[in-house]
Structure formats: structure tokens, C-alpha cells
Design a protein around this ligand. Structure first.
Ligand SMILES: Nc1ncnc2c1ncn2[C@@H]1O[C@H](COP(=O)(O)OP(=O)(O)OP(=O)(O)O)[C@@H](O)[C@H]1O
Ligand SMILES: [Mg+2]
Length: 312
């Protein structure tokens, strides 16, 4: 079957009663990318995901996963897909191993394949020592780890996860980030939601920003930075800021604006260029003593805050 994007969502709309939780959301996710669906609490991330998977009936719009609509043909669409929900509610009386085995059987894995895969996955998510303990005894983070292992049991080519690293300790967060990157390098396509910017910036190659049910921006991380970029800023800490230093810097063609905050200067640049050399030599010329000099490029956080403002 031929399809252009691994995940394609067009004009997806979902109401709860009169309330429009997802409003004409469209985006595509290509093979091997890690797409971060970023938005604040209540933005509509989980609703989008559940509607994408056919777990909620969309009021409008269409979703295709590898060319298949999960609402119309769930068995075929879900065969190649792994899903880790937001708040996994796993069977408390099963052990982790039993549940993995059970789900493996649903995917028709052979006994041998299940054995091999379950061993690998339990090691991968750091639950080997807990494999024979009942899930009811697991901590929140352990349930989250098991949920990701369950999503991977059928070796899916598309992995959809709703806030996968919530509840994980910092070490596990790093492990899982690395895992997602490795999986994407193997050609798997990963879609994850998050309200954490730094997380998306670290793991994802692409991002969709959603606010109040509306997609504010979708594109590569590079594109988002480019689109919302204002300026680069040089921050200089001086022993003493003098009027002469400030006015001489302001006279430069490459400086847009200089702000003084105590003994710090915030020098906004007109171009996206590292001009610390030029700035420091000017400050020296004006007899200034530099204690520190840093260049700040726009972060995803700056872009995100701007995107949310523009989307209101
Ligand atoms: N079953 C429901 N009935 C009515 N309203 C709902 C229901 N589920 C979600 N909502 C509302 O829809 C909006 C979007 O909720 P959703 O759970 O999709 O947000 P989210 O982006 O996943 O948030 P979070 O980061 O908190 O998980 C919210 O305003 C929420 O109150
Ligand atoms: Mg949610």
C-alpha cells in the first residue's frame, strides 16, 4: 500500500457536548521522525490522540495511519501500531510478565517469540526484577515503564504515546529518551505528547503546538525556531556599566537595542550572528571590564510562548 506520510491527520474535530476540545487539527508525521505534540494542560492532546486511534469518534476529519483509517479498519491500522495511554490502568492481578505474554498472544506472536521479546523488553524498560510481581504492587513509574513495554510488544512501526515520561525518575527519563531516538533511527515513527518543552526539544525532530484545541504550529524543530525567531541577544556582565559604553554599542549597525540591568547589558542583535568578538572589543575600547559574555539564541520555550500568544 502506498502512503505519503505514516500518520496523516486532516481537519480533526472533536466535541464533548457543546465544547470543542479539538478544532480542525491537521498535521502529518513522516517515517523515522519523532513528533512531539506539545501543549498546556487541557489543550486537547489526549483527545486528539484518542480520536486519532478511533477510541473516540471524531465529529469531523480523517486520520490515516500508513494509509489506513483506524475508525474504519481498526484491526489493520492497529496491527502495526503501539499505543501507551496517558494514565495506564493495567490489570493489577497480573504480573508484568503475564500481561506482556497475554498481549503478545493477542498479536499472535509465537511462544518462542514472546519469550524472547518479553525478556528483551523487561530489560529495556528496567523491570526485570519485577517481572513476577503483581502490577498492583508497582509504583507509578513502573506502571509507566510497563505500559511502554506493552506498546512495543508487537515491534510496531508506529508508536503513539500520551505523555510517556510523566512519572518517571530523571534516570528513566533519559533512558526512555534514548530509547525513542534509537527506535526512530531504526525507521520507526514516533508520536508523543508532552507539556514539557525541554523534553520535546531534546527528543523530537518535529513538533506540533496545540492550544485550546487549535494547532498553532507544526513543522520541524528548526522551522519552529526559524518562524518564531526574534533576535539573538548577547548578555554582558561588566564590572561597571557606563553611559559611554552603552551609547557606543548603540551606535553599531549590528545592534538593535541595548538594555541595562544593573551591571548587565542585554544587547539585541539585528542579525543572527555571533558578534561577541566585535562587542567585546568595543567594550574594551571604552575601558569596560567584562566579567562574562554570553550569546543567547531563541529557545523552543521562547517560540512556544510566542506561538501560544499568537494562537489566542
Ligand atoms: N470526557 C470528557 N468530557 C468533557 N470534557 C472533556 C472530556 N475529556 C476532556 N475534556 C475537556 O477537553 C479539553 C481537552 O482535554 P484533553 O484531555 O484532551 O487535554 P490534554 O491536552 O490532554 O491535557 P493534559 O495535559 O492535562 O493531559 C479539556 O478542556 C478537558 O476538560
Ligand atoms: Mg492529556
Amino acid at each position: 500500500m502506498s502512503y505519503k506520510s505514516v500518520i496523516s491527520v486532516s481537519n480533526l474535530t472533536k466535541f464533548y457536548g457543546d465544547f470543542k476540545a479539538v478544532d480542525s487539527v491537521s498535521f502529518t508525521v513522516d517515517k523515522g521522525t519523532v513528533y512531539g505534540y506539545l501543549g498546556p494542560n487541557g489543550a486537547g492532546k489526549s483527545t486528539t490522540i484518542r480520536t486519532m486511534l478511533g477510541l473516540l469518534k471524531p465529529n469531523q476529519g480523517e486520520v490515516q495511519i500508513r494509509g489506513v483509517n483506524p475508525t474504519k479498519d481498526p484491526v489493520q491500522a492497529l496491527q502495526c501500531l503501539g499505543y501507551a495511554p496517558e494514565l495506564p490502568n493495567l490489570q493489577a492481578f497480573f504480573t508484568g510478565k503475564q500481561l506482556l505474554d497475554f498481549i503478545g498472544k493477542i498479536f499472535k506472536l509465537t511462544t518462542q517469540d514472546r519469550k524472547k521479546r518479553i525478556k528483551q523488553l523487561l530489560e529495556l524498560v528496567g523491570l526485570k526484577e519485577w517481572e513476577n510481581k503483581k502490577i498492583g504492587k508497582y509504583s507509578k513509574g513502573m506502571v509507566q515503564r510497563l505500559s511502554i513495554a506493552l506498546a512495543l510488544i508487537n515491534d510496531p512501526v508506529v508508536l503513539i504515546m500520551d505523555e510517556p515520561t510523566i512519572g518517571l525518575d530523571p534516570e528513566a527519563k533519559t533512558q526512555f529518551r534514548n530509547l525513542f531516538t534509537t527506535l526512530s533511527k531504526q525507521g520507526k515513527t514516533i508520536f508523543l505528547s508532552s507539556h514539557l518543552l525541554d523534553e520535546v526539544q531534546r527528543i523530537c525532530t518535529h513538533v506540533g503546538m496545540i492550544n485550546k484545541g487549535k494547532m498553532v504550529f507544526t513543522g520541524s524543530i528548526g522551522q519552529v525556531l526559524e518562524t518564531f525567531t526574534q533576535q539573538w541577544v548577547v548578555e554582558a556582565e561588566l564590572e561597571k556599566v557606563t553611559k559611554t559604553i552603552v551609547s557606543s554599542l548603540k551606535k553599531f549597525g549590528y545592534v538593535e537595542d541595548v538594555k541595562v540591568e544593573g551591571n548587565r547589558l542585554k544587547i539585541k542583535l539585528k542579525e543572527k550572528k555571533d558578534l561577541r568578538g566585535e562587542i567585546s572589543s568595543e567594550i574594551f575600547k571604552q575601558k569596560g571590564v567584562i566579567l562574562s559574555l554570553n550569546l543567547h539564541k531563541i529557545t523552543l520555550e521562547d517560540a512556544y510562548m510566542r506561538a501560544l500568544k499568537e494562537g489566542q
